[in-house]
Design a protein around this ligand. Structure first.
Ligand SMILES: NC(=O)c1ccc[n+]([C@@H]2O[C@H](COP(=O)([O-])OP(=O)(O)OC[C@H]3O[C@@H](n4cnc5c(N)ncnc54)[C@H](O)[C@@H]3O)[C@@H](O)[C@H]2O)c1
Length: 383
């Protein structure tokens, strides 16, 4: 009999926003110390939200010590070390700047902002304050996606020639869905930024910088019912966009992001074709990778299924025995676990600088679609 050893170093967590991402992050802070050995213990100090009934319910359910109605109070709480921003994209830069000014480390959900200029403002704030910062590109931390990156780096497909990714969702299919922040460009950003930022982050991570893009966008349902019953409101975001991409390495890419794909809940797929091999990831089978190698015997022509759960694979040792698999929530546990593992010295990755690089490509795609032409990313970054 005895008391378990106590981790003396605690890190105070403040989460802004109690919606889906507030819940996902609270879950990850709770599970990470169970699944892996960390140098510190995250303590859920405070959560903020504007609806008192909802935020107080969320605080109790997610395990926070208290809640506040105004994020300024969270940012200025002395017992908060990390401000974790889980509010709509148009609010990120302002909250990040206030958190950095208060000397807090900042974790921000993707996309970093709704424009390149706003993303730069956020990056300058954290850089000036010298605080740790990270953007919530959690899909990098899915074991199979992480394995895909490792295999590309190790030459499993040779030099990358083609990189293509799609994100198909049906969340905007029904025209009766009332207007909310996701339909408002200034708060939610474009679909290119909201869904596409994940794909662009993975592309930059796996293939390197994007040189130029061309694109098309469409909004099929142009007005939505006002949630308060006051008529209808104009939708100011694209519902579906697709882009052709030229990477600086010479590789070519295709991205498609759509919220109007009937019966496609959140189907995201990445395919990489290199000089000697092909790798495919499909989110619906998220513990697997499909791999085709040109050097295989002709008698084995085809693609093999890799179970991305072997103990030699990324993150596998932090999870269940091979064959049990992991899910969406695990990507947050892996992501926030990696950040806590490096607390307080860092470095953290992907950081705001990488969030800005993603935003530059988003903005180039938005401009290309609006102006119906090829746009160099440098037009955005050095106008
Ligand atoms: N990484 C992922 O897998 C993933 C998935 C979904 C959403 N996201 C991102 O997470 C962020 C939040 O998305 P969500 O799905 O949790 O949204 P949500 O609508 O479920 O929750 C949003 C939260 O922000 C609060 N909020 C809304 N408007 C606000 C404002 N003007 N000021 C302050 N707070 C405000 C709401 O009260 C709520 O607490 C977005 O940036 C979104 O793109 C990431």
């Amino acid at each position: 009999m005895g008391a378990p050893p106590r981790l003396t170093r605690e890190v105070g967590i403040g989460v802004a926003g109690y919606g889906m991402m507030g819940k996902a992050h609270a879950y990850a802070y709770t599970v990470a110390p169970v699944m892996r050995t960390l140098p510190c213990r995250p303590r859920l100090r405070v959560i903020s939200g504007r609806d008192e009934a909802k935020v107080s319910r969320a605080a109790a359910a997610y395990g926070f010590e208290r809640w506040v109605g105004d994020w300024h109070d969270l940012v200025n709480s002395p017992d908060v070390d990390i401000v974790d921003i889980c509010t709509p994209p148009g609010t990120h830069a302002e909250i990040a700047a206030a958190a950095a000014a208060a000397g807090k480390a900042v974790i921000c959900e993707k996309p970093l902002a709704v424009s390149y200029a706003q993303a730069m403002d956020a990056a300058v704030s954290v850089q000036r304050a010298g605080v740790l910062n990270a953007v919530g590109f959690n899909y990098r931390r899915l074991p199979a996606v992480s394995l895909m990156k490792r295999m590309i780096d190790e030459g499993a497909v040779g030099k990358v020639r083609l990189w293509r990714a799609t994100w198909l969702s049906d969340e905007f299919v029904d025209p009766a869905i009332p207007f909310d922040w996701r339909f408002d460009r200034t708060v939610g950003g474009s679909t290119i930024a909201d869904l596409g930022s994940h794909l662009i982050d993975l592309a930059l991570w796996m293939v390197g910088s994007v040189a130029e893009v061309t694109a098309q966008s469409e909004t099929f349902v142009r007005t939505r019912p006002d949630p308060g019953g006051a008529g209808s409101r104009m939708v100011t975001v694209d519902e579906a966009s697709s882009a052709l991409v030229r990477f600086e390495s010479g590789a070519r890419g295709v991205f498609e992001m759509a919220r109007t794909a009937v019966r496609r809940p959140c189907d995201f797929t990445i395919e990489v074709n290199g000089e000697t091999g092909t790798l495919v990831f499909e989110y619906a089978r998220l513990n697997e990778l499909t791999y085709g190698e040109g050097a295989d015997s002709p008698g084995l022509y085809g693609m093999r299924r890799i179970r991305a759960e072997h103990e030699t694979h990324p993150y596998a040792r932090n999870w269940w025995p091979i064959g049990q698999g992991v899910g969406y929530g695990s990507s947050f546990v892996n992501h926030l676990g990696d950040l806590l593992e490096r607390w307080p010295a860092g470095p953290w990755e992907p950081d705001f600088k990488q969030g800005v690089a993603v935003q530059a490509v988003c903005e180039a795609i938005e401009r290309a679609a609006a102006e119906r032409r090829w746009v160099e990313v440098a037009e955005v970054t050095s106008p």
